[in-house]
Design a binder for this molecule. Structure first.
Ligand code: G1P
Length: 310
């Protein structure tokens, strides 16, 4: 797949109504090109997204979430030196066989499903120019259709996987959807923050958005609702991203691209149901591992006992 360094807007920038009412969300973009500096020295040799949460790499869980939402094509935006990501998702009948022989059919079945139901693409982000730029690197692989974006640092856990919740809401009312949750004031400056429209509550968990700000200070944040790493975006966002200039922390921000596309696309905040674990730091990853291990029949009793004994 090609690199994107200086993208140009296409002729039909921001046309309205290109998505038919019966369209579905078939493609998910997973930005995974980052250097993982918070996980050094480990990330000298291993992509951060392959660090395990209990016994599966963090990215395995988000690909499962994509599958549960009906996604068929996973676009992993990667960078030089992260070939192990592609290796992980390359089907291996031998590994599946070995897992089955060792009594681990659950993982073997998951890998089989990935192989049978998903196709993968791996566009390269040659320079680290920000999340918006990473998503733009997926443009050719996605094509002109609505798509999901999943940030693999955010592990979201609920009986109904969060992306599936959002696809359901999206199928009733098309537009850009951003998962949001309440964030304490002292952490809001790490997030993209939504400005809800007056009387913006539409139904269920969906709210109409009138503005977006990336990483505002607590004083100027338009609300306490921060964006978490699940989006459903209309293809016009690519055109907007191609016009987006560097913003917060000098990077091309996805939030700014979505804000630009709002001229032509309705945009909604979706207050998802579920718990969120931030796997973007070693401590957050430990928290996620503990939660997952405590939620599993094969590990819960042992881990609970260890915690008691501490
Ligand atoms: C990114 C997004 C931000 C969002 C956050 C969620 O920020 O730019 O809008 O709130 O993910 O995790 P980052 O964490 O990459 O700085």
């Amino acid at each position: 797949m090609g690199e994107v360094t200086s993208p140009l807007p296409t002729q039909n920038s921001c046309k309205i109504g290109v998505v038919s009412p019966t369209a579905t969300v078939r493609t998910a973009v997973i930005p995974a090109a980052g250097l993982g500096t918070r996980f050094l020295p480990l990330t000298k040799a291993i992509p951060k997204e392959l660090v395990p949460v209990v016994d599966r790499p963090a990215i395995h869980y988000v690909v499962q979430e994509a599958l549960a939402a009906g996604i068929e094509h996973v676009v992993i935006v990667t960078s030089a030196g992260k070939g192990a990501l592609e290796e992980y998702f390359t089907p291996s009948p031998q590994v599946e066989e070995m897992l089955r022989r060792r009594g681990n059919s659950a993982v073997a079945d998951e890998l089989r499903q990935f192989a049978e139901r998903l196709t993968f693409s791996y566009p390269i982000q040659a320079e680290q120019r920000g999340l918006g730029h990473a998503v733009l690197c997926a443009r050719d692989a996605v094509g002109r259709q609505p798509f999901a974006v999943i940030l693999p640092d955010d592990l979201l856990v609920d009986e109904q996987p969060v992306l599936a919740q959002m696809v359901q809401a999206w199928s009733k009312r098309h537009g850009n959807y951003l998962a949001v949750e309440e964030v304490p004031a002292d952490r809001i400056s790490a997030y993209g923050v939504v400005d809800l429209a007056t009387e913006g509550h539409l139904d269920g968990r969906t709210y109409r958005v009138k503005g977006l700000v990336e990483k505002p200070s607590a004083e100027v944040a338009p609300s306490n609702l921060g964006i978490v790493g699940r989006y459903i975006l209309m293809p016009e966002v690519f055109d907007a991203l191609a016009r987006t200039r560097p913003g917060a922390i000098g990077e091309i921000q996805l939030t700014d691209g979505i804000a630009l596309s709002m001229e032509h696309q309705p945009t909604y905040a979706y207050r998802f149901s579920g718990a969120r674990y931030d796997c973007g730091t070693p401590l957050g990853l430990l928290h996620a591992s503990l939660h997952m291990a405590l939620g599993r029949a094969d590990t819960a009793a042992q881990v609970r006992q260890w915690l008691k004994d501490l």
